[in-house]
Design a binder for this molecule. Structure first.
Ligand code: PMP
Length: 402
């Protein structure tokens, strides 16, 4: 592959990503191979996308059957699998109904519109939504505006109005920022911030926010796009805090690699949209619905929540044992199979080094190595991640001083 930046390997693609010079060819389980035959252990799963790993026989058979039967849209006719999937998501979350779309940002965009409509229905003409420092919600204009990362907002001003930003896990800051403000309609947060560096909302903080939302009549909206769908060992990460939100955007792992997004709503938000308010040509299409349904069925039949909790704990313990003693490693945190290793120095180059060692990972928030492997990860594969990653980190730290 061409790795010379002056003659890019992809001259016809807009340069929106700094890709590694690897072209993936196929996958099996938690492994993928590139076009030159090199094997990688996939500890990233397309950023929490391939819930079932690669080439899962039952998942592939269901999709093949669906492709041969019907590929269509859903706006004019019923798609029976859409109601089935919505009812299952409502049951698992303790919520009520669902809007289907195609990605995380679309789910978040719909949630933001829903919160604004909710405000208008209560006589609030200029609704405001509380959002968080270091949050990531997507790259459409509204979701980018809700995102707490000035570096990726730069150049796209004017941003969308109507957001109030607060630090995570500080209830006093939230109360101060919203004091005497009658325009607040919702609090919108990632239960565990992903792009921001694997920063969990404290469970106690979530319970306090839930209480505040109840007192003030605000919607609590938990972006579970990255941390949801079993990744932390619960269906949805906020279930660790034993709360139920009013609005929950989902995407990524819900389709195990097939593009899908969903906004799940509880009773306070379930009837805000009326026909004509919002829509999507591909949202709820038969192929994506089949992918979502089959993902949920396999997760249940194979106890992938239990696996994420069990193998995730082993992986975290293994990483702690191997890496925590190293000077330069600040923290190893996360829940289930959503783990971050924070270093005391920028470590962007680590993804390429790990790939050379046969391991796919990512680095986020400059200093945090992020692991989001498929939920089918075995204990032996967890140990293999530790064995492949440790020498890479050790070597990196010895060559790069803080
Ligand atoms: N919300 C969160 C928490 C995310 O992690 C992401 C993607 N990294 C998004 C939203 C946006 O999802 P998408 O890329 O599917 O638009």
């Amino acid at each position: 592959m061409n790795v010379n930046p002056s003659t890019p390997a992809e001259p016809h693609l807009m340069r929106t990503y700094a890709r590694l010079p690897i072209a993936l060819s196929h996958g099996q389980g938690c492994r993928v191979w590139d076009t030159e035959g090199r094997e990688y252990l996939d500890a990233l799963a397309g950023i929490a996308v391939n819930t079932l790993g690669h080439n899962h026989p039952r998942f592939v058979a269901a999709l093949r059957e669906q492709v041969g039967r019907l590929i269509h849209t859903c706006n004019y006719y019923y798609v029976p699998d859409a109601e089935r999937l919505a009812s299952r998501l409502a049951e698992l979350s303790g919520m009520e109904n669902v809007f289907f779309c195609n990605s995380g940002l679309e789910a978040n965009e719909a949630a933001i519109k829903l919160a604004r409509k909710y405000g208008h229905s209560r006589g609030i003409d200029f609704p405001q939504i509380v959002v968080y420092e270091r949050a990531f919600h997507g790259r459409s204009l509204a979701t980018l505006s809700a995102t707490g990362n000035p570096a990726i907002q730069k150049g796209f001003e004017p941003l969308v109005d109507g957001f109030i930003r607060v630090p995570l896990n500080d209830i006093a800051a939230l109360e101060t920022a919203t004091a005497n403000n009658p325009n607040v309609v919702a609090v919108f947060l990632e239960t565990i911030q992903g792009e921001g560096g694997i920063n969990p909302a404290r469970w106690e903080y979530l319970r306090q926010v839930r209480e505040l939302c109840d007192q003030r009549g605000w919607l609590l909206m938990t972006d579970e796009v990255q941390c949801g769908m079993g990744r932390t060992g619960k269906w949805f990460a906020h279930q660790w805090a034993e709360i139920v939100p009013d609005v929950m955007p989902l995407a990524k792992g819900l389709g195990s690699g097939v593009p899908i997004g969903a906004v799940v709503a509880g009773p306070k938000a379930a009837h805000v949209f009326e026909p004509g308010n919002h829509g999507s040509t591909f949202g709820g299409n038969p192929l994506a619905m089949r992918a979502g349904l089959e993902t949920l069925r396999i997760m249940e039949d194979d106890d992938l929540l239990g696996n994420a909790a069990r193998v995730g704990a082993r992986l975290k313990a293994g990483l702690r044992k191997a890496l925590a003693p190293l000077p330069g490693v600040r923290d190893i945190r996360g829940e289930g199979l959503m783990l971050g290793i924070e270093l005391d120095r920028p470590c962007g180059g680590l993804t390429a080094r790990a790939a050379s060692a046969g391991l796919l990972i990512s680095v986020t928030a400059e200093r945090v190595i992020r692991l989001l492997p498929p939920l089918i990860l075995s204990e032996a594969e967890a140990d293999e991640i530790v064995a492949r990653l440790s020498p890479v980190v050790r070597q990196f730290l010895s060559e790069h001083t803080s």
